[in-house]
Design a protein around this ligand. Structure first.
Ligand SMILES: [Fe+2]
Length: 278
């Protein structure tokens, strides 16, 4: 399906866009170490998402052109974060503005994609604006839905990596930028566990503690689309790593095993090119 699309992005386009990205990020350089640390966090995240999207894309059999398109989406998906942090000193969208939409505005204002044809620009901008929505609009074209889901998977894969290792870092070294300023209380809210066991979505407003946030992050497996991504999450043991930082509790175990069996079921498709659920 995606192999027959007409969107074009050459190797030299990709190299130019990578150069633009690093110059743009440099332009936000701050002498305040807290600000600089936050910006570097997002720069590194963006580059790792590029790697992850290539890892997933390879398993899905994307051709070179589609692989480059996917990589540009990954590179720019959080481009709004730099202006967001500089302007509002936070990565919390609720306290500032939607960073996906802001990213689209930045790319348009800076004319960063001007060398590409209009349809390709539009596809990239849409995938960026959908990367942090609750879900991808169903009335979009199949190609747009495909790339948007691929991008969301690559982004989550790196966030899983980040959070599953991050919780092992000494508390004093942790940064509020990652934890959304939530208190590290010993308990998990009953409301959050109820929602998870009933298969309901959890909203950010329901979160009361860092442990609630960890459970929410584990539940992101419900928002994964591609079989190779399920497999990578499983093989890398991300769920277990996060679960091991939560208190010993039978209910948390039940939730963990429920999520794990969902993950295993979805890792097992015979055709790795199957991008579910489309
Ligand atoms: Fe993002």
């Amino acid at each position: 399906m995606v192999s027959q699309n007409h969107y074009q992005l050459t190797e030299s386009d990709l190299n130019n866009l990578k150069a633009w990205f690093s110059q743009y990020v440099q332009s936000f350089h701050s002498t305040d170490p807290i600000v600089q640390e936050a910006l570097v966090l997002k720069e590194k995240h963006s580059l790792r998402v590029c790697n992850e999207i290539r890892n997933i894309g390879k398993e899905l059999g994307l051709d070179d052109n589609n692989m480059r398109l996917a990589e540009v989406m990954a590179l720019f998906h959080d481009i709004g974060r730099f202006e967001q942090y500089t302007r509002y000193q936070t990565f919390v969208d609720k306290k500032s503005e939607n960073h996906g939409e802001l990213g689209v505005k930045v790319l348009q204002q800076e004319k960063a994609l001007a060398a590409l044809d209009e349809e390709t620009q539009e596809l990239i901008l849409k995938a960026i604006s959908y990367h942090n929505r609750l879900s991808v609009p169903e009335d979009e074209s199949a190609v747009c839905i495909y790339f948007s889901k691929l991008l969301r998977d690559a982004d989550k894969l790196d966030i899983f990596n980040l959070v599953s290792t991050y919780y092992y870092v000494d508390h004093a070294e942790r940064s509020a930028a990652v934890e959304l300023d939530l208190p590290d209380l010993p308990e998990v809210s009953a409301e959050i566990m109820d929602s998870l066991q009933e298969g309901k979505m959890i909203s950010m407003q329901q979160l009361r503690s860092l442990n609630d946030f960890k459970l929410l992050q584990m539940a992101w497996v419900y928002d994964i689309n591609c079989q190779p991504t399920f497999q990578m999450i499983h093989e890398r043991g991300y769920l277990k790593k996060i679960r091991d930082t939560l208190p010993a509790s039978e209910r948390i175990d039940q939730i963990y095993f429920g999520l794990l069996s969902y993950l295993k079921r979805n890792s097992g498709f015979s055709d790795p090119k199957q991008l579910c659920p489309i």
